[in-house]
Design a protein around this ligand. Structure first.
Ligand SMILES: C[S@@+](CC[C@H](N)C(=O)[O-])C[C@H]1O[C@@H](n2cnc3c(N)ncnc32)[C@H](O)[C@@H]1O
Length: 195
């Protein structure tokens, strides 16, 4: 519970996170027990606090790899103009359904968060192990990476450098990249530097 939030908003956020955990548990049982899948859920309470601390009018937010959409919907509830990009068709459907049920304007696009001109390094690049391939989502989104003020990612180990490179090359100089990890919570970067 955050002291900055009014009671009704806090209740909606709590309900969203609760539903997010249910979706994750079901996904883990129905999908991940049989096949490996790159979706694991972030610590929603930790991410929520980071979004509360940074919210300000008029900020545009992007979630890289939005899965069930909980974080992008949370950002929308907190006043960001919010978008998510996700590779997995079924997860995009789940996130749109969740947004509708919570009356959220967060928008989800199926595709890759890698820009069209992003080139993977030749050969096996362990940094990109779980970053999948698909046509870039930005044309459908109608925005480029440098149109976003706050970009969130929950990279697998070793993928942080790719997300940092993404923002450094394709992002706006003023953009804040929030990287979540189990060990360090949420860390904020601007211009490639840890804030
Ligand atoms: C570790 S999960 C994070 C899920 C969610 N952001 C969260 O924090 O709860 C990473 C997600 O990114 C998606 N993903 C992987 N590579 C992607 C790509 N190139 N473009 C879009 N989504 C991608 C995966 O399908 C997966 O749902």
């Amino acid at each position: 519970m955050s002291a900055d939030l009014d009671r009704e908003l806090q209740q909606r956020l709590d309900a969203l996170c609760e539903e997010g955990w249910e979706l994750w548990t079901r996904f883990d049982m129905e999908v991940r027990q049989d096949t490996w899948h790159p979706f694991v859920a972030a610590d929603y309470a930790v991410v929520q606090q980071a979004l509360i601390e940074r919210r300000a009018p008029g900020l545009r937010f992007l979630e890289l790899g939005s899965a069930t959409g909980v974080i992008a919907i949370m950002a929308d509830m907190l006043g960001y103009e919010s978008y998510g990009i996700e590779l997995d068709d079924e997860l995009v459907r789940v996130s749109r359904d969740l947004a509708e049920r919570f009356g959220s304007d967060a928008r989800f696009v199926r595709g890759s968060f890698l820009p069209t001109d992003f080139r993977k390094a030749e050969g096996e690049d362990p940094r990109l192990a779980t970053i999948g391939d698909a046509p870039s989502a930005y044309p459908e989104l109608g925005y480029a990476l440098d149109d976003f003020d706050i970009v969130f990612g929950f990279p697998w180990d070793g993928e942080e450098s790719t997300m940092l490179e993404l923002i450094k090359i394709w992002g706006s100089d003023e953009a804040c990249l929030l990287l979540h990890s189990v060990a360090r919570g949420v860390e904020a970067y601007r211009g490639g530097r840890l804030l």
